[in-house]
Design a protein around this ligand. Structure first.
Ligand SMILES: *[C@@H]1O[C@H](CO)[C@@H](O)[C@H](O)[C@H]1NC(C)=O
Ligand SMILES: *[C@@H]1O[C@H](CO)[C@@H](O)[C@H](O)[C@H]1NC(C)=O
Ligand SMILES: *[C@@H]1O[C@H](CO)[C@@H](O)[C@H](O)[C@H]1NC(C)=O
Ligand SMILES: *[C@@H]1O[C@H](CO)[C@@H](O)[C@H](O)[C@H]1NC(C)=O
Ligand SMILES: *[C@@H]1O[C@H](CO)[C@@H](O)[C@H](O)[C@H]1NC(C)=O
Ligand SMILES: *[C@@H]1O[C@H](CO)[C@@H](O)[C@H](O)[C@H]1NC(C)=O
Ligand SMILES: *[C@@H]1O[C@H](CO)[C@@H](O)[C@H](O)[C@H]1NC(C)=O
Ligand SMILES: *[C@@H]1O[C@H](CO)[C@@H](O)[C@H](O)[C@H]1NC(C)=O
Length: 226
């Protein structure tokens, strides 16, 4: 009784209603209904789809990712595990960034800057390795709550050289929805220039600085080039 109450209180304190939806690639299934729970690593306790036809086809250069978030801001990252039933989400498609504004957020060619390296680390020769065509994988999107808790959603994909990105009509950021570098990260301030006006390090941002390295700068710069 007591522990249930405490858990409930903890869940609300962490923003129990602040879950997010993964709209693209198609998620494994709703993570809003039990026994699923977005608090559960790595994929919200939703099993991998067994239906090949339900896997979103992704170009080997990265596909479109759409989330519908409910936080005014949430530190967000996107990872990938190669293979079926894989549990090793060791390819970082997008390093942690600050997703700002509640609503629909779309990224084109998610992980374009990091996918080739990830394929090579897994023994593929490069993006045009024939074995990548038809390769299964799982995309994992993580959003951190303001208390430091993490929410997870996963989508099963299949790489396919003929797969297309979502159209510009389908892939848009909502009004006032965007993504920025995490504030107060030393390397961003030093190399990014624009971040120099950031306020002094506080709380989560200060603690995150050792984790977020120069890759963050690269991601943000890559976005601005799209
Ligand atoms: C998920 O997979 C596990 C292990 O194979 C199984 O016990 C469980 O019933 C599955 N859950 C659903 C919702 O299918
Ligand atoms: C595949 O997708 C269809 C349509 O969305 C859905 O009805 C079906 O339950 C899905 N199959 C699995 C195994 O998730
Ligand atoms: C995003 O979530 C909001 C709030 O739940 C909802 O009103 C809106 O319809 C959702 N948008 C899409 C594209 O699903
Ligand atoms: C994942 O594992 C489950 C249970 O072991 C199995 O039923 C399912 O077919 C596997 N999925 C894929 C895509 O191999
Ligand atoms: C990810 O894990 C797979 C298998 O566990 C391994 O082959 C690959 O080298 C790893 N990739 C990275 C980028 O660490
Ligand atoms: C790639 O997708 C196309 C169109 O859906 C399909 O005809 C083809 O068989 C797929 N290739 C592989 C290797 O799965
Ligand atoms: C959404 O915002 C992010 C961050 O500014 C940007 O990288 C991305 O390209 C935007 N999405 C679209 C479809 O313009
Ligand atoms: C993320 O952006 C929001 C809104 O601009 C800001 O209040 C928050 O401090 C930022 N968080 C971090 C860690 O950069």
């Amino acid at each position: 009784m007591l522990s249930t109450t405490l858990l409930t209180v903890a869940a609300f304190a962490a923003g129990a209603n602040a879950h997010f939806r993964l709209l693209a690639p198609t998620w494994r299934g709703s993570s809003f209904e039990e026994p699923a729970s977005q608090w559960i690593y790595p994929c919200a306790n939703v099993n991998e789809t067994t239906d090949m036809a339900n896997r979103t086809l992704w170009p080997p250069t990265g596909g479109s990712t759409i989330i519908n978030g409910s936080h005014t801001s949430a530190l967000t990252s996107v990872n990938l595990a190669l293979g079926s039933n894989a549990t090793n989400f060791n390819i970082t498609l997008l390093e942690m960034f600050n997703q700002t504004g509640a609503g629909v957020f779309c990224m084109k060619e998610t992980g374009k800057a990091n996918l080739e390296e990830g394929f090579k680390a897994a023994g593929y020769s490069g993006l045009d390795d024939e074995r990548i065509n038809g390769l299964m994988a799982t995309v994992q999107v993580i959003q951190l709550g303001h208390s430091g808790s993490a929410l997870y959603n996963c989508a099963d994909i299949m790489f396919n050289a003929t797969a297309e990105l979502l159209s510009d009509d389908q892939c848009q950021n909502g009004t006032d929805v965007s993504g920025v570098a995490i504030a107060n990260v030393g390397s961003v301030t030093e190399e990014g220039g624009d971040a120099a006006a950031s306020p002094a390090p506080t709380g989560a941002a200060g603690r995150l600085s050792p984790v977020v390295g120069t890759g963050m700068v690269a991601v943000v710069l890559a976005w601005s080039l799209l």
